[in-house]
Ligand binder design. Structure first.
Ligand code: SF4
Length: 354
């Protein structure tokens, strides 16, 4: 009975996201999705305000930065994506495809806290056809090679897709494409509307998973492990290629048993056919100095260990280095988690450890 072995809060089902406040750019109402979302939120009784630009939402309610940050995390901005130049997205894909920015989750370690700076609100873009056209250009440039697009570089797109269905359209768009593949990762279990999408095997549906300790202490506002695994089973039954990102791998007391237990739960739940074409991506916990400052401001009570002296410094882009685990610890991670994966999922592929 693995339910008994998990944290006391593990049975709390996180409900699908409903924004407390919605901002709409006037230009977004020139697109059918913009109008649809406006009507939807009106019907739901959510307060709607206008904003001239999705980049400049000001006057969010709240008496101080701490409250404003929390308000922002439950605010949805409906806008038009102006930049249609895609960023690269190594190592998991060639390009990042921008359907949304921001996330309602409260993971203490989340890199969005630093990349989104003063704009932690969630943005969804309604000019999806223009985004698909841009993707088409990128695919043509590389054809006949396949081009992979990562849809979750700047958000947890599944977390808002029950409202927008943008991801569902993208899955079907890439299902019809000749050379395109879609990938995304989520910590949310609200996947039911995606199960009947005509994916044609061109979308790899990944779940971000972690052991009970990390989910309990550092991932508030996201679906619990058992719910993510249940959702993964549904996704496998729907015939999607499936993957798991174990991230961030965090060395807390008992991690050597926590991660193998997490993999045992997964192994017990997944149907045999899903285990044949599984991928794993392994990402160790890391932080930068600016990230540490933001984390300690937004989550002052966090137990997250952010001691530079215990870590190895790794030079990074733009002169901002990151703190990763020491070499011996990295070897131990590969040994403990990698060998468990190979033992339990002999047909799976570990795509990278970073
Ligand atoms: Fe960040 Fe992902 Fe957590 Fe959202 S679910 S806060 S994107 S780590």
């Amino acid at each position: 009975m693995w339910l008994l072995s998990v944290s006391p809060r593990a049975d709390i089902m996180v409900k699908p996201f409903v924004p407390q406040l919605v901002y709409i750019e006037p230009r977004a109402l020139e697109y059918p999705l913009g109008v649809k979302l406006q009507n939807k939120f009106k019907d739901m009784g959510v307060e709607i305000r206008e904003t001239t630009s999705h980049n400049q939402v000001r006057n969010l309610p709240g008496d101080n930065d701490f409250q404003k940050y929390r308000t922002a995390k439950s605010t949805l901005v409906v806008g038009v994506r102006k930049t249609l130049k895609f960023d690269t997205s190594k190592p998991s894909a060639e390009y990042a495809i921008p359907f949304a920015t921001g996330c309602m989750g409260h993971c203490h370690y989340c890199y969005l806290q630093t990349t989104m700076g003063s704009k932690p609100y969630i943005r969804t873009y309604v000019n999806t056809d223009e985004i698909f056209e841009a993707a088409e250009q990128y695919m043509q440039e590389r054809a006949p090679e396949e081009t992979r697009f990562e849809a979750s570089c700047t958000s947890d797109i599944v977390g808002i897709d029950h409202l927008t269905h943008t991801l569902k359209h993208a899955i079907e768009y890439f299902g019809r494409s000749k050379h395109g593949q879609l990938r995304f990762v989520t910590k949310f279990a609200h996947v039911d509307h995606l199960l009947d999408a005509d994916h044609q095997g061109r979308t790899r549906f990944r779940f971000s998973i972690n052991d009970d300790y990390v989910i309990k202490y550092f991932e508030p506002g996201t679906s619990r492990l058992k719910d993510r695994i249940e959702a993964a089973v549904k996704v496998a039954e729907a015939g999607y290629p499936l993957g798991f990102i174990v991230a961030p791998i965090y060395l807390h007391e008992g991690w050597q048993s926590g991660y193998p237990e997490m993999l045992e739960h997964l192994e017990a739940a997944l149907p045999a056919h899903a285990k044949k074409n599984l991928t794993f991506e392994l990402i160790q916990h890391r932080f930068t100095k600016p990230a540490k400052r933001v984390i300690q401001k937004n989550y002052p009570m966090t137990k997250l260990e952010l001691d530079e002296n215990k870590r190895k410094y790794k030079w990074g882009r733009y002169g901002i280095g990151k703190y990763v685990y020491q070499n011996e610890e990295q070897e131990e991670i590969k040994d403990v988690i990698g060998s468990t994966i190979y033992k339990m999922f002999p047909q799976a592929r570990i795509e990278y450890f970073t």
